[in-house]
Design a protein around this ligand. Structure first.
Ligand SMILES: NC(=O)c1ccc[n+]([C@@H]2O[C@H](COP(=O)([O-])OP(=O)(O)OC[C@H]3O[C@@H](n4cnc5c(N)ncnc54)[C@H](OP(=O)(O)O)[C@@H]3O)[C@@H](O)[C@H]2O)c1
Length: 253
């Protein structure tokens, strides 16, 4: 049936790279991309064990590669490997991210630099190399995992908010530049999602946060992954340059 076929997300024949794919939201994105049929390359920086275990859980159709996304030599080597081994790249999910929260007056330069380096510079570097590969096929999808921190600010997150705001502006600029090359670029703005990253703040301010979420609960990594897979697929063929919240209504309350 035509409608049934159209509604199904089918990524068979596609190759996808997920940065920070071994844990948290990235892990769920890897699982969903693979179950939609894509070959999935799982990037990790420190979590070798988690990456290996995810690869063996998924089995066939996966690869793992270590690279710190904030270091150009490591990103360059990762893309050289992808070119050599997989020949092409159809989907890039810039998911790798860190937080180093502190109040502005107390923030160390190293905490500012680390967050900007991984979240913004890492997104730039991976997009630059991926776009080079995608242009050759005149098609591609780049999905940047930003945050609602780009639009709704919390105390102690000037570095994180600046990095994710930068990712959103970067997304828009890339979308304009890459549209004539057949490459669509969008961002996801997760709200409070249950992963290691949000554990401390959920423990410290859980009740307050829950009261600010219209749906009355935290999000699951799978709920972010669902949008990532949609944006990576042909179903999103007329959407580019957008920043879409997955936040239980937090940004509209
Ligand atoms: N959880 C939330 O509530 C929430 C809300 C809004 C936005 N986000 C965003 O969602 C994304 C995923 O976060 P998460 O919640 O899944 O956090 P997480 O569980 O802490 O995972 C972070 C991931 O980023 C990777 N990473 C960190 N530094 C890296 C580097 N230099 N190079 C490559 N990979 C690196 C980690 O890999 P290794 O362990 O291998 O270092 C890990 O896989 C991040 O961009 C985050 O900012 C999360």
């Amino acid at each position: 049936m035509i409608l049934g076929k159209w509604m199904r997300i089918d990524l068979s024949g596609k190759t996808a790279l997920v940065t920070g794919g071994a844990r948290g939201i990235g892990r769920q994105i890897c699982l969903k991309l693979r179950s939609a049929g894509a070959v999935v390359i799982i990037n990790y920086a420190k979590s070798a064990e988690a990456a290996i275990s995810l690869q063996s859980e998924i089995g066939h159709g996966t690869d793992i590669i270590k690279a710190d996304v904030s270091k150009e030599d490591e990103v360059g080597a990762m893309f050289d490997y992808i070119k050599k081994t997989h020949k092409k790249l159809d989907i890039l999910i810039n998911n790798a991210g860190v937080i180093k929260d502190n109040l502005l007056a107390a923030m160390e330069m190293s905490d500012w630099d680390k967050v900007l380096d991984v979240n913004l510079r890492g997104t730039f570097l991976c997009s630059k190399y991926a776009a080079g590969m995608m242009m050759a096929n005149h098609s591609g999808r780049i999905v940047n995992v930003a945050s609602i921190a780009a639009v709704k600010c919390s105390r102690g997150q000037v570095n994180y908010a600046a990095s994710k705001g930068g990712v959103v502006s970067f997304t828009r600029a890339c979308a304009v530049e890459l549209a004539p090359k057949g490459i669509l670029v969008n961002a996801i703005l997760p709200g409070m999602i249950v992963t290691d990253m949000s554990a401390r703040v959920r423990k410290r301010a859980g009740d307050l946060i829950l009261s600010s979420i219209p749906l009355g609960r935290y999000g699951a990594p799978e709920e972010v992954a669902a949008l990532a897979v949609f944006l990576a697929s042909d179903l999103s063929s007329y959407i580019t340059g957008q920043a879409i919240p997955v936040d239980g209504g937090m940004t509209v309350s």
